[in-house]
Design a protein. Structure first.
Lengths: 513, 336
């Protein structure tokens, strides 16, 4: 995806033709709340290191950690170093690390601790002079969702969100979940927009940071080959799948209150749907892209028959990859009468001229046979086949599959003659593989997104309206599901039988990813 | 995981190599899919393994077909040896390493042409002293992008002048690639520097003598800032500093400077601001090649810097046709 050219009109060393020079953010501080957490350890700290080792951090930079642990900056450096060694993508170098370590500092405190925040505000002012961060700061809320409001209020109280005294910018990064329904999402949005301004709020949907997802736009809009077919005349249906083989790991508390629909359907899957179904944006800037995504999200229609077309499930004990795994209710810390879904499948429509009548089948689940995320565009059958009926029994429908992960790439499935004297047509596939070996060296989603936050580029971040439009899709489903027990499926199966019945009723089958 | 396969052919023919490559592609299956470009590498025998390592690293970012050509003595009997490898020793790419003896070495394109990935861009990289005239090497003619490395010449500065004399759009040199981090740092400092509105009064680069990257850095700064930058020998290692003096409309002179005395980490200083220490390591060949393959359109900014570094008019360089015609030169006659 293109981004604005990295030139500042008055900088004589910048030239739009000079594509080697990267854009480097303004001097700034990145403040991470919850810096001891899973997200910070596995993703954020490594991403910051990777940016440093690619030379993409500004000269005046500071990373400021905040968490409850009774640490000093030295402890924090040791912790961050281990996180970087364990999880960074680029090779560990002492030179890069020691320079980055100079930029780290830590404040210990709880979110209801006014003193700690006052202390942090003071330190941040000092950073200004010690590191030359020029009053620019991004606040990353890597904390559980119930901690968002207290942290935001503290930022308001200490005026840390306010740029007026120093100039420069103040941005806030919010992780999913953005609320748990429309009402709570609105409240959260109103709160962040009130503390910061709407323009300075960055909501992370890390799927949008993935190369293949961005490549979807290149595939659709940089080619002539696909777009003419990308409509209800030629497309029979679209299947969007996000399957995970893992269970809920140690996140029972969070997951049991959330479930598959709120956890991934509301954000990742609906974003994939929006990118797949949207009209061509007039340009690839943040605003044009969001206008088109928003239109699609607003045009989504729910099935009129929820019973048949909105299926949720919960895994039972089963076998997965040669290992016996417990059922959801037997996972540690899950209440034994929980009705939370670990699988959700739904048929949606997109009520536009392009898509009217084309079903979009979305499914997401845990403990499915393998980890895979993909978008499959299934085309209609040829209206007439000049072959004997027996020659084409093995011919399915043409498919274009965008594999988001793993094995990033594109597959085209089409009919081909079986070599030999008789005319028999069967399905074959043509693969474009941006295989593991080729993507190892491309940036990780968080690396890209953290850089974009510091650059202030909002192209890959869903905005408030998108989030609220997505909840408008999910809320009625949740309401229908509440109080009804989920269907069950064995761990290691592709979801409950009811989900298969759902598509079979329409004369279709799920693609086996 | 797709299988990795490799075949070695002794005293063979171009046709046999083409057939072996096709057979291995069939055997390896999907791994051969999705070639974005063909990279032709011309290397001397003692440089082959360094070139292979760099190409393997670059192929991880840019799916490519590697054709490595090693030209041996032209005064021996004609002979062609080849190794064809897919997904093996040379990383995920499809790779053919060819050793050409005798007069065959002067007609390497006859073996290489049928091996180019269909309709994909071709990049030729000389890992060794750059040819005087790219047009005299048929392996340069067939490439849309030609990458040389003046730092490997006996006299790198003379080689740089020769690159300018021989320049056509689509040429680049790794001496230029090496200074991207320097340029990024300086451009970034200017982004943040409010004194840009002023007039640049002087620019100074210090480096070891005869460093072509320093010459190009000086050229780039001269071309962009409209002053005649100077280059001072201080023994290195490599480039050790770049300093730009700016006269603002009012107030005192400001200096933007990057110092890297040890070839590893640099100090960025801007007057009136804090100093910043940054890693600025000299990069591996693989990283340079990866950067080089990211964009395959002509690098006009390089043309400009090269012209300024060698005292030529960049409009003359840009006006030259980007397609070259082959010029026949027989090394046997030249030496004999
Ligand atoms: N983990 C992921 O891969 C992932 C992916 C997508 C989105 N997210 C989202 O990212 C956020 C963080 O997730 P996580 O997995 O990193 O959570 P986590 O492992 O539970 O970490 C939470 C962090 O917040 C701190 N914290 C919690 N309550 C606090 C309080 N009252 N005062 C001060 N510090 C407090 C914790 O500090 P202590 O160490 O002192 O407890 C810890 O550093 C969540 O909103 C989550 O939904 C996570």
């Amino acid at each position: 995806m293109s981004r604005p050219v990295a030139s500042r009109a008055d900088n004589p060393l910048r030239d739009p033709r000079d594509r080697r020079l990267p854009r480097i953010p303004d001097p700034c501080a990145l403040v991470v709340f919850g810096v001891t957490g899973d997200l910070a350890t596995k993703k954020l700290l490594p991403a910051v290191y990777d940016l440093a080792s690619r030379g993409l951090l500004p000269p005046g930079f500071a990373l400021f950690g905040f968490a409850r642990r009774d640490w000093d900056t030295r402890d924090f450096k040791r912790f961050a170093r281990n996180a970087v060694i364990a999880h960074a993508r680029t090779e560990f170098s002492e030179d890069v690390w020691s320079r980055l370590a100079d930029c780290l500092c830590f404040t210990s405190g709880s979110f209801d601790d006014d003193d700690a925040f006052d202390e942090m505000a003071k330190t941040l002012d000092e950073l200004e002079t010690v590191h030359g961060t020029r009053g620019n700061a991004a606040f990353y809320l890597a904390v559980p969702p119930d901690a968002f409001p207290p942290v935001l209020r503290q930022l308001q109280r200490t005026k840390l969100c306010d740029t007026t005294p120093l100039g420069g910018w103040r941005r806030v990064v919010v992780e999913k979940p953005f609320g748990h329904d429309l009402k709570s999402a609105r409240e959260l949005n109103t709160l962040v927009d009130d503390v910061f301004t709407g323009h300075d709020v960055f909501r992370i949907d890390h799927y949008l940071g993935k190369e293949t997802v961005q490549n979807l736009l290149a595939l659709r809009f940089a080619n002539t080959l696909f777009e003419p077919l990308w409509n209800a005349h030629y497309v029979d249906s679209v299947q969007i799948t996000m399957a995970e083989d893992v269970g809920i790991e140690s996140r029972a508390g969070f997951y049991d209150a959330t479930g598959a629909a709120r956890d991934v359907l509301q954000n990742h899957l609906l974003q994939l749907l929006a990118l797949c179904a949207m009209e061509e944006p007039v340009s690839f800037d943040a605003e044009s892209l969001r206008i088109e995504k928003r239109k699609v999200l607003n045009a989504i229609s729910l099935p009129s028959d929820h019973e048949r077309y909105a299926v949720r499930g919960q895994y039972l004990q089963g076998w997965l990859a040669g290992r016996r795994v417990p059922g959801y209710l037997a996972e540690p810390d899950v209440p034994s009468n929980s009705t939370t879904e670990t699988y959700a499948a739904v048929r949606l429509g997109v009520e536009t001229r392009r898509w009217a009548g084309v079903p979009f089948y979305l499914r997401a689940g845990k403990r499915l046979p393998r980890r895979v995320t993909e978008i499959a565009v299934v085309f209609k059958r040829a209206p007439h086949l000049p072959f004997a009926a027996t020659d084409t029994v093995e011919l399915g429908q043409n498919q274009l599959v965008i594999r988001v992960q793993p094995d990033e790439g594109v597959t085209l499935r089409f009919g081909s003659k079986v070599p030999g004297p008789s005319v028999e047509v069967r399905e074959v596939s043509m693969d474009f593989l941006y295989g593991e070996a080729f993507t190892e060296s491309s940036p990780e989603a968080y690396e890209r997104l953290v850089l974009d936050v510091l650059l202030g580029d909002k192209t890959l971040f869903p905005d408030r309206e998108e989030v609220e439009a997505s909840w408008e899709v999910i809320d009625p489903l949740e309401e229908f599901w509440s109080g009804r027990p989920p269907h069950t499926y064995r761990a290691g199966e592709w979801g409950p039988i009811a989900a298969n019945t759902m598509v079979e009723r329409d004369g279709r089958v799920w693609r086996r990813p | 995981m797709a299988p990795s396969v490799s075949t070695t052919l002794w005293d063979t023919t171009g046709n046999a190599i083409t057939a072996a490559l096709a057979a291995e592609r069939r055997q390896a299956g999907a791994i051969g899919a999705g070639q974005a470009l063909t990279l032709v590498i011309v290397a001397a025998e003692d440089q082959v393994s360094a070139a292979e390592r760099a190409a393997t690293a670059a192929a991880e970012a840019h799916p490519s077909r590697l054709l490595i050509v090693v030209r041996r003595q032209p005064d021996t009997p004609n002979r062609l040896d080849a190794e064809v490898a897919i997904g093996g020793r040379l990383g995920p790419a499809e790779a053919v390493v060819m050793r050409m003896y005798g007069r065959l070495a002067l007609h390497a394109e006859s073996v290489v042409l049928p091996l180019l990935a269909p309709d994909a861009p071709v990049v030729t990289w000389w890992h060794g002293p750059p040819p005087d005239e790219i047009a005299a090497d048929p392996l340069g003619i067939l490439a849309g992008r030609r990458v040389t490395d003046c730092s490997l010449a006996d006299d790198p500065i003379a080689a740089l002048h020769q690159r300018a004399a021989d320049y056509a759009r689509g040429d680049t040199d790794l001496a230029w690639t090496r200074i991207t981090p320097w340029r990024a740092l300086l451009a970034g400092a200017f982004d943040a520097f409010d004194g840009v509105a002023g007039t640049v009064t002087s620019v100074r680069v210090t480096a070891e003598a005869g460093n072509p990257s320093a010459a190009l850095l000086r050229g780039w700064l001269s071309a962009r800032l409209g002053v005649d930058a100077e280059c001072v020998d201080d023994g290195g290692p490599g480039i050790t500093s770049a300093e730009i003096r700016v006269e603002p409309p009012s107030g005192a002179e400001r200096v933007v400077a990057v110092h890297r005395p040890d070839g590893r980490s640099a100090v960025l200083s801007v007057s009136g601001e804090l100093d910043h220490q940054l890693p600025l390591p000299r990069r591996q060949l693989g990283a340079l090649l990866t950067e080089e393959l990211r964009r395959l359109d002509p690098d006009l900014v390089y043309g400009e810097a090269l012209a300024a570094a060698t005292g030529m008019d960049h409009r003359d360089l840009e006006a030259r046709p980007s397609e070259r015609r082959h010029i026949w030169r027989d090394p046997m006659q030249a030496t004999g």
